[in-house]
Design a protein around this ligand. Structure first.
Ligand code: PMT
Length: 406
């Protein structure tokens, strides 16, 4: 959700310039409104050749600003008012033309005038033909604007409407929303280097089968997303999931618990904290059968060997890192979580009773209790996994502050 500041709801002023990717800006407005932002759209003349202001007005619930020399618009919306009310100004899609104008200080229409007048941070998401994007003039303009503090999102590689393949596509609206949320968040985790695990493991049995569990990865991805938004450097070691990695996260995809252990041990010494939300497989088949196991008439017995306990190993090798474990329990939640906290030498454990409705595996919400090594027990109500991730980080910051005082 959009964070409420002193002024109430956060306002994103979205400038749409004229490119084929304008249709994606429509989805961007929908997503921003869903996240609780007030969205005020401004369009250039070029943009109106692709999408009508009415489409944006219907989705944002506000009149769209298009003209600077219109008496009605200037009295109802006002370009200085637009510049002042923005918590963030976003230009998506941004054409080579609009980037060139901003870099040269040209203010000859509503969008460029508002940009000139605003003190809010500005995020620019270019989208254009690959050769235009590679043009040294445009690249020089981007470098200049970056030096002046403007934020940019790289266009994405792929098939372009002009028929070319290459870098030039507007990033997905969801990624732009994440970038916006990141820019508006307090950077209270700047300087932290987090190693986060997510998802299940696949422990192969034969070429077509594996043993796994019901983890979707959502909890770990929420931690990664919130960590990046709050300024941390995040490496996400993820088992197989259907989720896309949050923008700005370094993803290390793994399959088995052994691969997960390897990736974590490699990054451990450079991390300031490890957060293990993954449902690490406790066992793997003793033998991998090279050919598909044939169906027989009788019972098929599988021998399973235990996997190493990664978190316990980290607990033994701890050298200043904060260790956060999760406990997925179906009974004696607090007692079992306390035992894991102690035995694995953790600083914090997030206990979730996975039998409860709205808690644990797969859904978008969780019900958790936070327990720390001083014996404090903090039950939390049902909340989204994104919100829980934020609460875990708030707790972690408080733990660090206490540690520094001791
Ligand atoms: O992925 P989602 O669908 O969003 O679901 C979220 C979740 C339920 C998976 C998550 O909230 C959660 O509880 N993750 C931990 C699941 C688990 O494996 O719990 P555990 O009690 O078995 O393990 C305790 C801790 O030790 C965990 O942090 C686990 O990552 C770690 N562990 C476990 C086994 C092992 N061999 N090595 C480990 O490091």
């Amino acid at each position: 959700m959009a964070e409420k500041g002193e002024k109430g709801t956060r306002t994103v002023v979205l400038g749409v310039s004229g490119g084929i990717a304008c249709y994606k800006a429509v989805e961007l407005v929908r997503l921003l409104v869903r996240e609780g932002f007030a969205v005020q759209v401004m369009m250039t003349r070029g943009a109106m050749e692709f999408v009508t202001p009415l489409t944006f007005q219907a989705l944002s619930g506000r009149p769209v600003a298009t003209e600077i020399f219109s008496l009605t618009q200037e009295s109802e919306i006002g370009h200085i008012n637009l510049a002042d009310q923005a918590d963030l100004l976003v230009i998506a899609p941004a054409t080579a033309n609009i980037i060139g104008k901003i870099a040269s200080g040209v203010a000859d229409d509503l969008l460029t005038t508002v940009l000139m007048a605003t003190r809010a941070p500005v995020l620019i998401a270019p989208s254009m033909n690959v050769h235009m994007y590679e043009n040294p003039i445009l690249q020089e303009n981007i470098r200049k604007l970056k030096r002046l503090g403007y934020h940019f999102m790289e266009p994405v590689e792929g098939y372009l409407a002009c028929g070319y393949e290459g870098k030039g596509r507007l990033p997905e609206p969801q990624d732009i929303v994440e970038q916006i949320q990141g820019l508006l968040k307090k950077k209270d985790l700047a300087g932290e280097r987090f190693l986060i695990t997510a998802g299940p493991n696949h422990e192969p049995l034969d070429p077509v089968r594996y043993i796994s569990n019901r983890s979707s990865g959502k909890m770990g991805y929420a931690l990664a997303r919130s960590g990046v938004r709050r300024g941390a450097e995040v490496t996400l070691v993820s088992g197989p999931t259907s989720l896309s990695p949050p923008a700005g996260v370094r993803l290390i995809p793994v399959q088995t618990a052994a691969e997960m252990r390897q990736a974590i041990l490699q990054g451990y010494s450079g991390a300031t904290a490890v957060l293990m939300a993954a449902a690490v497989a406790d066992y793997h088949p003793e033998k991998f059968v090279a050919k598909k196991i044939k169906k027989g008439k009788g019972t098929l017995r599988l021998n399973l060997k235990p996997n190493p306990d990664i978190l316990r190993e980290l607990g033994m090798k701890k050298n200043g890192q904060i260790l956060v474990g999760f406990a997925a329990e179906t009974e004696s939640l607090i007692a079992n979580a306390k035992k894991k906290l102690r035995e694995k030498n953790l600083d914090l454990i997030v206990a979730n009773d996975v039998t409860k409705e709205g808690s644990g595996f797969d859904g978008d919400t969780n019900i958790a209790t936070l327990l720390d090594r001083r014996g404090a027990v903090h039950p939390l109500p049902l909340m989204s996994k994104d919100e829980l991730a934020d609460r875990i980080y708030d707790y972690l910051i408080a733990l660090k502050k206490r540690r520094e005082k001791e």
